[in-house]
Design a protein around this ligand. Structure first.
Ligand SMILES: Cc1cc2nc3c(=O)[nH]c(=O)nc-3n(C[C@H](O)[C@H](O)[C@H](O)COP(=O)(O)OP(=O)(O)OC[C@H]3O[C@@H](n4cnc5c(N)ncnc54)[C@H](O)[C@@H]3O)c2cc1C
Length: 372
């Protein structure tokens, strides 16, 4: 038997355990610091309402990932979703991604149309940072209304020009034409189970011989694939890491920066609060929060009351790797020190903001492919 250690029991760690269970000859240890599997994707309950830590919408462009998860955790399509952004200076909610058909209703439509008339492919392709990219794509006025304040809040930065990786941001030379255009290519779902993704975490780890909850992996000697678990040292043939790579090397190249989140949940005395089909409300102004979600839109939960989640960017938790190339280069230094047989997957493990639930599954599949 070959031995594998999985560090962390979030989506990536559970998905990795699941993929290893399809291979022969692996003795798997999964170590999770908290008392439950799933991390932020775990469903908890408040006032009878199911919720996760912020919305955890399953979106993918890859039908095979959808089919895989759907086989173990039946998924309900949530194709009808609409997102709105509140623009205080117009005292209006508009669709997000920005809609062509709403521009005429904006008080500054003339300036916006002038700016859109100056949009060129060269301008967009030549952009060096997030601000330039958005201004070149939609003009300064729309950038200012929808994006500028939101992004500064999201990343706690003074200047969006600091963001030099922006491939993940949903924009384009042309604006979106319909309420769901940006998402039309994606498969969009949420688990049918009232327990959300929780049943998957159990299924995925069923064959793990040594599942340790409430346990932190410490004392990393990654070149020798040796770590301490509960103070005892163990060597493994393979390590699949899902936590920030700087921790594995005692921050020797410096600490990787992240944004965190505080989530405030509150119940309102109404069956539904958001307009029909609206799942998220984004706030692009001086509010301290970035967005609100009405959880029952995703969960399908029935109740005469409704649970709203408010996301406030903070330094609590290492949830969002900063989209700075200099920090990617720092992460690469850590990755380059990982010997053969050490894999680093998941959002923090990859140090990439764009790693979502579907990517965690994809990365777990690719890791297992390497172990065949
Ligand atoms: C607010 C928010 C909303 C999101 N919404 C969506 C969404 O709608 N759709 C989507 O697809 N994605 C969403 N994501 C992203 C997605 O949820 C993440 O990509 C995914 O959860 C990452 O899983 P992970 O396993 O890589 O990391 P984590 O979920 O961070 O799991 C890591 C685990 O490691 C454990 N751990 C840490 N240190 C140790 C240690 N030393 N020893 C043992 N265990 C340790 C932690 O307790 C944790 O359980 C969202 C993320 C956030 C923060």
């Amino acid at each position: 038997m070959k031995t594998a250690l999985i560090i962390g029991g979030g989506f990536a760690g559970c998905a990795a355990a699941h993929q290893l269970s399809f291979l022969d000859g692996w003795d798997v240890t999964l170590v999770e610091g908290s008392s439950q599997l799933g991390a932020g994707n775990r469903t908890h309950w408040y006032g009878g309402h199911p919720f996760t830590f912020g919305p955890r919408h399953f979106l993918t462009h890859d039908p095979s990932i959808y089919e895989f998860l759907n086989k173990y955790l039946p998924l309900r399509s949530v194709e009808d979703h609409v997102f709105l952004t509140y623009v205080e200076r117009d005292q209006s909610f508009y669709n997000f991604p920005i809609h062509k058909d709403e521009i005429e209703s904006m008080p500054d439509s003339e300036a916006i149309n002038d700016e859109l008339g100056r949009v060129t492919v060269e301008g967009v392709e030549g952009a060096k940072n997030f601000e330039e990219y958005w201004c070149a794509s939609v003009g300064e006025t729309l950038y200012d209304k929808f994006i500028k304040g939101y992004s500064k809040k999201m990343w706690a930065i003074d200047d969006n020009a600091q963001i030099d990786d922006f491939g993940w941001s949903p924009k384009g030379v042309t604006l979106k034409e319909g309420p769901r255009a940006a998402w039309d290519q994606a498969i969009s779902c949420y688990p049918y189970s009232p327990e959300g993704y929780n049943p998957y975490f159990e299924i995925a780890t069923e064959d793990v011989r040594n599942l340790r909850l409430n346990t932190m992996v410490t004392d990393y000697d990654i070149p020798n694939k040796t770590v301490a678990i509960d103070g005892e040292s163990f060597q493994f043939d393979v390590i699949i890491n899902t936590i920030s790579p700087d921790i594995l090397f005692d921050f020797c190249h410096g600490e990787l920066p992240y944004m965190g989140r505080d989530i405030h949940n509150f119940i309102l005395p109404q069956e539904e609060v958001f307009p029909e089909h609206v799942y998220f409300l984004y706030y692009a102004n001086n509010e301290s929060f970035t967005r609100l979600v009405e959880y029952k839109r995703f969960t399908g939960h029935k109740s005469p009351t409704t649970l709203i989640g408010m996301e406030v960017p903070s330094k609590n938790g290492r949830h969002y790797p900063m989209p700075f190339k200099s920090e990617y280069a720092r992460a690469e230094k850590y990755f380059s020190e990982m010997p053969e047989g050490v894999f680093s997957i998941g959002r923090a493990g990859s140090y990439r903001y764009v790693v979502d639930i579907d990517d965690c599954i994809d990365q777990a599949m690719k890791t297992a492919e390497n172990l065949k």
